[in-house]
Design a protein around this ligand. Structure first.
Ligand SMILES: Cc1cc2nc3c(=O)[nH]c(=O)nc-3n(C[C@H](O)[C@H](O)[C@H](O)COP(=O)(O)OP(=O)(O)OC[C@H]3O[C@@H](n4cnc5c(N)ncnc54)[C@H](O)[C@@H]3O)c2cc1C
Length: 488
C-alpha cells in the first residue's frame, strides 16, 4: 500500500486547505507534522512560538481525527523523517503549501525537494495566500492577489484511517524549551481564529481605523489575527471572504470604512511577504547593499540591553517593550516606534534588534518582519525616513498615561526608580539623519534604490502626506501607512 503525505507546516487548519483536499482524492492520506530541532534552536525562535503551535496542533489533531485520520507527529530533520516514513509507508506524493519562511526553512525545502526528486516522489505545493512563487515582475501582482482571494475554498475531506502510529505531541519543556513566560499570550487553534474573526467583524472592528494606532485601544480594536495567519490556523482567503461578505451587508459608512481599512492591511500582508519570497537574503542583508557599513560597527551591548529590557528612560518605548514581554503582541505603530528607536535613537543594526522582536512576537512572520524591520530602519531606501518621537506618540496615543502606568509601575508609584533617558532624542535623530543622508547622496546608493524600488515597490501611487507634496526627485513612497506623517 502507498500513501499521499500531506505535510503541515504553517498551515495548521483543515478548512481551505487545498493540499489536504486534493491529496485525499488520490488515495489514503498521512497528515504529517515534523518537529524540526534545527528550527527550534534557530536565532529567531522562542518557546512562545511553540506554545502557540502546540495548541494549534492539538486542535488540528482533533479535527483530523474527526475526518478519519489523526495528525501524525514525528521529530527530526525533515529529510530523515521522510526517509524513515517512506521505508515503512511508501510515499507516492508529498503535498504542502509553499512556505515563505526563514533561511532555515528555505534550505530545508531545497533538501526535501532534492530527496523527493531522487526518490521519484512528486512534491505538489499549493500557493500560500497571495504570495506568488517565481514572480517575474510586480506589475499585475495585485490582480493575482485579488483572483487568489476570490478562489473557491476547499472543504475538509473524509480520510480513511491508516494503521500508522500517530506519535506523541510534546509540550515545550519536553522539547527542552525553557518555559514560556508570556503569560498573557493568545491561544492557538482553528476555533480560536474563527472566534476572533467573528467578534472583530460583528463589533470589535467597527472602529478599527480609529482604534489601531493607540496601544490603549488596539488590543481590542485590531483583529488580533496575526498569530493565526502566521501559523495558518486561518487563511488570508478565509478572512478576506468573510470580510467582504460583511462589508456587502453593512450599510453604515463608518463601519464600511473601518472594514475597508482592514481589507487593505490583509493586502499588505502578502505585499510584504512577497519581498522575502523574491529575495530571501533580506533576512540577513540590507535591502540596498549600498547601506552596508551604516551601522554594523556601532553596536553597543549596553544600549541594546536597555532597549531589549525596557529601561531606556523613554516611557512609551519601555512600556511597549515590557508589554511585549508579557503579551507577545503590539499594534503596528508601536512596533514601528520600537524599531525606529533602536535604529535611529540608539543606532542599532536592524538584525539583532529584529531578532529580539522576532522572539517576542508570537505572530513572528519572517516575510513581514524582516521587510518591516528594514523599512523602519531606513535601509530599504524606498521610503522617506519615518522617525518616531516617543514623546509625541505618548501625547497622541496615551494622553492619560493609562498604558504607560500599566506597564511601568515605578512611574505610576512615582518611586524614583525609573532611569533617566539613555540618549537625547533630538540630538540622536539629528545625527542619524545626517549619517543616512550621507549614504543616500552616494550615486551607487541612488542607483541601487531605483532597482530595489522597481523590484519590490508597490505599484500603487503614494498618498500625499500632511507634511506636503512629494518633491519631483524624491523616491515615490511605497507602502505608506495612510495618515502617517514623515516625522511622527
Ligand atoms: C518592525 C515590525 C515588525 C513586524 N513584524 C510582524 C510579524 O512578525 N508578524 C506579523 O504578523 N506582523 C508584523 N508586523 C506588522 C503588524 O504590526 C502586525 O501585523 C499587526 O500589528 C498584527 O496585529 P493584528 O493581527 O491585530 O493586525 P490587524 O491590524 O488586525 O491587521 C490584520 C492583518 O493584516 C496584516 N497586517 C497588518 N498591518 C500590516 C503591516 N503594516 N504590514 C504587513 N501586514 C500587516 C497582518 O497579517 C495582520 O494580522 C510588524 C510591524 C513592524 C513595524
Amino acid at each position: 500500500m502507498s500513501f499521499e503525505v500531506v505535510w503541515f507546516k504553517r498551515d495548521l487548519r483543515v478548512h481551505d486547505h487545498a493540499p489536504l483536499a486534493k491529496a485525499a482524492a488520490f488515495g489514503p492520506v498521512i497528515p504529517l507534522y515534523i518537529i524540526e530541532p534545527s528550527l527550534l534552536s534557530g536565532a529567531d525562535y522562542d518557546p512562545c512560538h511553540w506554545t502557540f503551535a502546540h495548541r494549534s496542533l492539538l486542535a488540528l489533531r482533533e479535527s483530523l481525527a474527526h475526518l478519519g485520520q489523526p495528525l501524525v507527529v514525528r521529530q527530526g530533520e525533515c529529510v530523515d523523517v521522510l526517509k524513515s516514513l517512506h521505508r515503512t509507508h511508501p510515499i507516492v506524493r508529498l503535498w504542502s503549501h509553499e512556505e515563505t519562511g526563514n533561511g532555515l526553512t528555505y534550505a530545508r525545502d531545497r533538501a526535501v525537494a532534492k530527496w523527493a526528486r531522487a526518490e521519484n516522489i512528486e512534491w505538489r505545493e499549493a500557493p500560500n495566500g497571495g504570495v506568488v512563487r517565481r514572480l517575474k515582475s510586480r506589475d499585475g501582482w495585485s490582480r493575482i492577489w485579488e483572483s487568489r482571494m476570490t478562489e473557491a475554498q476547499s472543504t475538509p475531506p473524509a480520510l480513511p484511517k491508516t494503521e500508522i502510529e500517530i506519535g506523541h505531541l510534546p509540550a515545550g519543556p519536553e522539547l527542552g524549551l525553557v518555559s514560556d513566560h508570556r503569560a498573557m499570550a493568545q491561544p492557538g487553534g482553528e476555533t480560536a481564529a474563527q472566534d476572533l474573526l467573528d467578534s472583530f467583524l460583528s463589533g470589535r472592528g467597527h472602529g478599527y481605523h480609529r482604534a489601531m494606532s493607540s496601544p490603549v485601544t488596539a488590543f481590542d480594536g485590531c483583529s488580533r489575527l496575526s498569530p493565526h495567519l502566521a501559523y495558518g490556523t486561518i487563511s488570508t482567503r478565509q478572512v478576506v471572504s468573510r470580510l467582504r461578505e460583511t462589508i456587502s451587508q453593512t450599510e453604515a459608512p463608518g463601519i464600511r470604512r473601518a472594514l475597508r481599512a482592514f481589507d487593505a492591511r490583509l493586502h499588505w500582508r502578502d505585499h510584504f511577504m512577497q519581498k522575502l519570497e523574491d529575495e530571501p537574503a533580506i533576512e540577513f542583508h540590507n535591502f540596498v547593499r549600498g547601506f552596508d557599513g551604516l551601522r554594523e560597527s556601532d553596536h553597543s551591548e549596553e544600549r541594546f540591553a536597555a532597549w531589549a529590557e525596557g529601561r531606556t528612560g523613554y516611557p512609551m518605548v519601555d512600556a511597549c517593550m515590557r508589554c511585549l514581554h508579557q503579551t507577545g503582541w503590539l499594534n503596528f505603530r508601536m512596533r514601528a516606534m520600537l524599531m525606529s528607536f533602536a535604529a535611529y535613537d540608539l543606532w542599532l543594526h536592524w538584525r539583532p534588534a529584529g531578532l529580539h522582536l522576532a522572539r517576542l512576537f508570537v505572530d513572528y512572520e519572517p516575510g513581514i518582519h524582516w521587510s518591516q524591520s528594514q523599512m523602519q530602519s531606513g535601509t530599504t531606501g524606498m521610503n522617506t525616513l519615518r522617525i518616531y518621537s516617543p514623546a509625541k506618540q505618548q501625547q497622541d496615543h496615551d494622553p492619560e498615561f493609562a498604558f504607560i502606568h500599566r506597564w511601568i509601575p515605578e512611574l505610576r508609584e512615582n518611586s524614583g526608580k525609573y532611569p533617566p533617558p539613555i540618549v537625547d532624542h533630538a540630538e540622536a535623530v539629528k545625527e542619524a539623519r545626517g549619517r543616512i543622508a550621507e549614504f543616500r547622496r552616494r550615486r551607487a546608493v541612488r542607483e541601487e534604490v531605483q532597482a530595489v524600488t522597481e523590484k519590490h515597490g508597490s505599484r500603487k501611487r503614494a498618498p500625499r502626506y500632511r507634511t506636503g507634496r512629494r518633491k519631483p526627485d524624491q523616491p515615490i513612497l511605497f507602502e505608506a501607512e495612510p495618515g502617517f506623517s514623515d516625522a511622527s
